[in-house]
Design a protein around this ligand. Structure first.
Ligand SMILES: *[C@@H]1O[C@H](CO)[C@@H](O)[C@H](O)[C@H]1NC(C)=O
Ligand SMILES: *[C@@H]1O[C@H](CO)[C@@H](O)[C@H](O)[C@H]1NC(C)=O
Ligand SMILES: *[C@@H]1O[C@H](CO)[C@@H](O)[C@H](O)[C@H]1NC(C)=O
Length: 324
């Protein structure tokens, strides 16, 4: 009797986990058709001139095909006097998402001296940091390990030790501490960022967010542990560590109330140069001379400063019908 009860219970436990269904898919021209090109001054003080959609298309800085979408920095021209900086692209999603799973299939990310790309999400309502910020992909210069972070209002911290592959860089998510460092996790799996990421054909990044927390996974292109539902872009995903493996970065809600720190977020891709992080880390990254001079005068050094996206899929939770 006892054995039978156990056997009957197992499938119920497995199926009680939340699954998510496809809500929005962005491939190739979908980005050009629906996303917003943002042209404000870079808030992180970069040597960057974010161009509008029309300019991005006519200067070939945003290029859609049937199989990919590419966004790049100008790698042809010197920065003329009076321009804000090197021409680049920052785009945001038309929709905002609360509890959800994002799956990004990426061929290439910007890399090289002076670069600071990010794939991240930001409260639609704000004002920042109200409603929170989650940085999924971020790094500078010649970094090779991804850094994922949260930036929030007060009373949000993370445990030093968590069920994650990455290592904890900071536990304080409140933007008022450590000059807005946020609570970051540095990835330890190989090929998560920069030149090695690109040389290995890119890979997949996924983020799930909900009441239990925010969890980020990364799989390099030839990592055989990538779940089929991620690599094949299936219509349902189950971001459960029992199925997807231990996340690379885990931000549990034990000491950070989820509802009061995170609301609906837009998704953003950007690429800035120098500024608060890439600029201050420029010399120690082994990059030559002065960051701003380098950006202004070396267009060909930005050949690798581009995003090439295969697809971005956003999933939202299914009704959690009780099986009992
Ligand atoms: C625009 O960029 C695409 C993708 O890199 C490239 O194939 C094409 O030749 C470029 N076109 C021009 C006019 O530079
Ligand atoms: C801080 O958050 C914890 C839960 O994460 C909550 O119990 C506590 O009341 C909060 N404190 C303040 C001052 O908001
Ligand atoms: C199902 O969802 C409802 C509301 O969305 C929630 O209150 C309840 O706890 C959930 N049940 C399970 C088993 O997750």
């Amino acid at each position: 009797m006892f054995t039978l009860a156990l056997l009957l219970c197992l499938p119920v436990i497995a199926l009680a986990a939340t699954s998510y269904s496809i809500q929005d898919t962005y491939i190739g021209h979908d980005f050009l058709d629906t996303w917003n090109w943002e042209t404000a001054n870079d808030p992180t003080h970069g040597r960057t001139d974010y161009v509008d959609k029309k300019t991005a298309i006519s200067s070939n800085l945003s290029v859609a095909s049937d199989r990919s979408f590419l966004m790049r920095a100008d790698s042809v021209n010197m920065v003329p006097p009076g321009q804000r900086g090197r021409k680049s692209v920052r785009i945001s999603s038309p929709g905002a998402y609360g509890d959800s799973v994002l799956v990004l299939d990426l061929w290439h990310m910007p890399t090289g001296c002076a670069t600071w790309p990010a794939f991240w999400t930001l409260s639609k309502n704000g004002p920042w940091p109200h409603g929170g910020e989650t940085d999924v992909i971020e790094g500078v210069n010649n970094n090779i390990d991804n850094l994922a972070s949260l930036h929030t209002t007060g009373n949000c911290t993370m445990p030093q030790t968590r069920e994650q592959h990455g290592h904890t860089v900071s536990t304080q998510c409140d933007t008022r501490f450590n000059y807005n460092q946020g609570c970051g996790v540095s990835f330890t799996k190989p090929n998560s960022y920069g030149q090695p990421f690109n040389a290995n054909g890119g890979g997949w990044y996924a983020m799930s967010r909900g009441e239990r927390g925010i969890f980020i996974w990364f799989w390099s292109r030839y990592d055989s542990s990538v779940p089929l539902e991620v690599s094949q872009g299936l219509s349902t995903v189950n971001p459960d560590p029992d199925l997807w493996g231990k996340p690379d970065a885990a931000f549990p809600t034990d000491s950070c109330d989820y509802q009061s720190h995170f609301d609906a977020h837009n998704i953003v891709f950007d690429l800035t140069f120098c500024g608060d992080w890439a600029g201050s880390a420029y010399g120690s990254s082994g990059c030559p001379g002065n960051c701003i001079d380098f950006v202004d005068n070396n267009p060909r050094a930005f050949d690798e400063a581009y995003w090439e996206i295969s697809s971005l899929r956003i999933y939202t939770p299914n009704d959690n019908t009780s099986l009992l």
